[in-house]
Design a protein around this ligand. Structure first.
Ligand code: SF4
Length: 401
């Protein structure tokens, strides 16, 4: 049905984003009870896990890990805290982790220490006998939550009504629900990652004259600019306004329609922070993620995915200096692994991704204790039809780009 005026909706994951911002630079694990004091809506688990300190959690997770052996594979996204990453059999970005999980046929359980959409992708790509588990079921992603499936379906109806069938190619960033990936699969569209977004967008422009990009307007805009799409031809779709806030003529003149979504973490990085880093260190290299706003990306020396940022700094000469615009747990890890370089986060306030942060070690321990008792908790499943079409969009990315 056509989009009507709707009441604006702010996801809880966005509201809670600043709950764990700190100025003391410490991200050490605190007992769950202390984290709950920030009044956040995390999944409730038995009280016996609430008061366990970091050392006890580490010891018990190690014991449970050993007891489960090869039945279990633990995936750790780059933005997880070190206390989780130390147990990860694989670490990486969301696609890389799902592919690695699928390549472990012995693993009956895939515990995905990441966020909800990643676990969905792992379920789509893994074998039928494998069970994908998200330790804390409330670990969503605020960007993904900004694109509710019904709003996206309304947008798609509007666009096809105005532009006609085949008038637009849908692209969704990996950070979206399986239902949105399926919409892309059904309608000649495709999935992208922050690494391959330019190649995917090029693929789409070879098949249609305009694109709609879900759900991150910044990745969409930054990628469009790299491909030479004029800024004035890129419109932002406001899901709460009829026709996304545009006239039919404006939509017909456009080259790209960008969903009004953003990453709560990466939009914190600013040109002012870059100027401050350059004033302190004239020979600094500034490297940021393409989910940052356009002005920040343009002021930086380099922009690219998490894998690009890691590789670029790892391969840089000793003594080089790096101000980094991405999630703080990853920046701290890169700094630790490159002691011969100066590596620091552009933002002086320590703000972890609050949804990644929800995978507190207590949840990992609880998940594994349940498995040892024969109980599978927080299994993430995608229904067969959604998975089939989402897989089509994923396969186009994997095989055609
Ligand atoms: S860093 Fe941003 S895009 Fe990534 S999981 Fe967190 S909120 Fe979502």
């Amino acid at each position: 049905m056509p989009t009507t005026e709707k009441i604006p909706y702010i996801p809880l994951t966005e509201v809670e984003q600043s709950a764990f911002c700190r100025t003391d630079e410490s991200l050490d694990v605190k007992p769950l009870a202390e984290e709950f004091a920030a009044v956040v809506s995390w999944q409730s688990i038995p009280g016996e896990y609430h008061y366990l300190g970091g050392e006890e959690l580490t010891r018990r997770i190690r014991e449970a890990r050993n007891a489960l052996g090869t039945r279990l594979v633990i995936l750790g996204h780059h933005y997880q805290r070190d206390e989780i990453i130390q147990f990860a059999d694989f670490r990486g970005d969301s696609l890389k982790l799902s592919q690695q999980a699928a390549a472990q046929p012995d693993a009956e359980f895939i515990v995905f220490c990441g966020v909800h959409f990643m676990a969905e992708t792992a379920d789509i790509l893994s074998a039928p006998h494998q069970k994908v588990i998200l330790p804390n079921i409330t670990a969503g992603c605020s960007m993904s939550d900004m694109a509710r499936t019904d709003d996206v379906l309304d947008c798609w109806d509007d666009l096809t009504n105005v532009l006609g069938e085949g008038g637009i190619i849908p692209i969704t960033y990996m950070n979206s629900t399986a239902a949105i990936k399926a919409l892309c699969g059904r309608n000649g569209g495709i999935v992208c990652t922050s690494s391959n977004a330019p190649a995917v967008m090029k693929w789409a422009y070879e098949r249609g004259e305009r694109i709609v990009f879900f759900p991150d307007q910044h990745l969409g805009r930054n990628t469009g600019l790299k491909l030479g799409v004029p800024l004035e031809k890129m419109l932002v779709w406001n899901p709460f306004k009829p026709l996304g806030g545009h006239t039919a003529e404006e939509l017909q003149r456009s080259k790209a329609i960008l969903w009004q979504g953003h990453c709560s973490v990466h939009t914190r990085f600013s040109v002012a922070q870059i100027n401050k880093a350059r004033a302190a260190y004239p020979d600094i290299n500034v490297i940021v993620h393409p989910e940052c706003v356009m002005e920040t990306g343009q002021a930086a020396d380099f922009d690219g995915s998490t894998e690009f940022i890691i590789k670029k700094i790892n391969e840089a000469p000793a003594g080089s200096k790096w101000a980094v615009g991405t999630e703080i747990s990853l920046v701290n890890r890169i700094a630790q692994e490159n002691p011969d370089k100066l590596v620091f986060c552009l933002d002086s306030v320590v703000c972890p991704c609050s949804t990644m942060y929800r995978t507190h070690p207590a949840y990992l321990l609880w998940t594994m204790d349940c498995l040892l008792r024969g109980e599978v908790t927080n299994q993430i499943t995608v229904d067969e039809e959604t998975a089939r079409y989402a897989r089509i969009a994923l396969d186009r990315m994997l095989n055609e780009v």
